[in-house]
Ligand binder design. Structure first.
Ligand code: DER
Length: 232
């Protein structure tokens, strides 16, 4: 196993320890969550009684394969475990380079507790330092939407698969927006939320309370300084 995979495994498996009987568990998406799902599946097969809410079709398929029961209908989630592309010192996040940001945010906003898993490479001083900011847009008028995004000072590039635009699980397009370090993430988030063609964006602010950071030799926990600002 490559070193980075070992760090992801450490974080994912540690996260699985947070799951307890009777929880509705949000199942994130990505290569770190992969290890969480393997361990959670093992625990379910040993008798753990939970239902999962998958954040992508890929996660749904893996969860079914692992024998994790899935919720038929849900309104609230006890705990979500998800990966991130960047984690800042307040545990604000850039997410969505895996393409599942809208479902991930719906689940995170419905959750009592959001725990993010990653390795040391995900930690940044300021969001936007390394990762582009993914923005999901509806195909109709996407060029006009991209122009509005550009006017916010970002450089959007549409993600493609071969020559065709990449489609999210929701059938939408994805703009990868190069921002550089973001000074006012909440202001940027509000501006993006105000553009009609934007379905969602990868700024996950004031949602995560804990980060499990894996390394080759173990994990360390980070907690959001001062707790959440939102009332939840
Ligand atoms: O939010 C995302 O889409 C991220 O890509 C994340 O979920 C995946 O991170 P990982 O594959 O590096 O764990």
């Amino acid at each position: 196993m490559a070193n980075s995979d070992e760090a992801k495994r450490q974080a994912g498996e540690r996260a699985a320890e947070l799951v307890a009987d009777d929880m509705v568990v949000g199942l994130g998406t990505g290569s770190t969550v992969y290890f969480f799902l393997l361990k959670l599946g093992e625990r379910c097969r040993q008798g753990l009684k939970i239902v999962g809410v998958p954040t992508s079709l890929a996660t749904e398929a893996l969860a079914r394969e692992q024998g994790i029961p899935l919720a038929d209908a849900w309104t609230a989630v006890d705990l979500v475990i998800d990966g991130a592309d960047e984690i800042d010192p307040h545990l604000d996040l850039i997410k969505g380079m895996g393409g599942a940001l809208v479902r991930e945010k719906i689940v995170a906003q419905a959750a009592s507790r959001v725990v993010v898993v990653g390795d040391e490479g995900k930690l940044v001083g300021a969001l936007g330092s390394r990762s582009p900011l993914p923005v999901e847009v509806i195909p109709f008028g996407w060029e006009a939407t991209a122009r509005r995004v550009l006017q916010l000072g970002m450089a959007p590039v549409i993600r493609r698969r071969a020559s065709e635009p990449y489609r999210t699980d929701n059938g939408n397009y994805l703009l990868e927006c190069h921002t550089g370090p973001i000074d006012h993430a909440a202001t940027l988030a509000a501006a993006l939320d105000g553009i009609a063609g934007v379905v969602g964006h990868g700024l996950f602010l004031d949602l995560a309370t804990t980060a499990i950071i894996g390394s080759e030799t173990g994990t360390r926990l980070l907690h959001r300084p001062g707790g959440l600002r939102r009332s939840a």
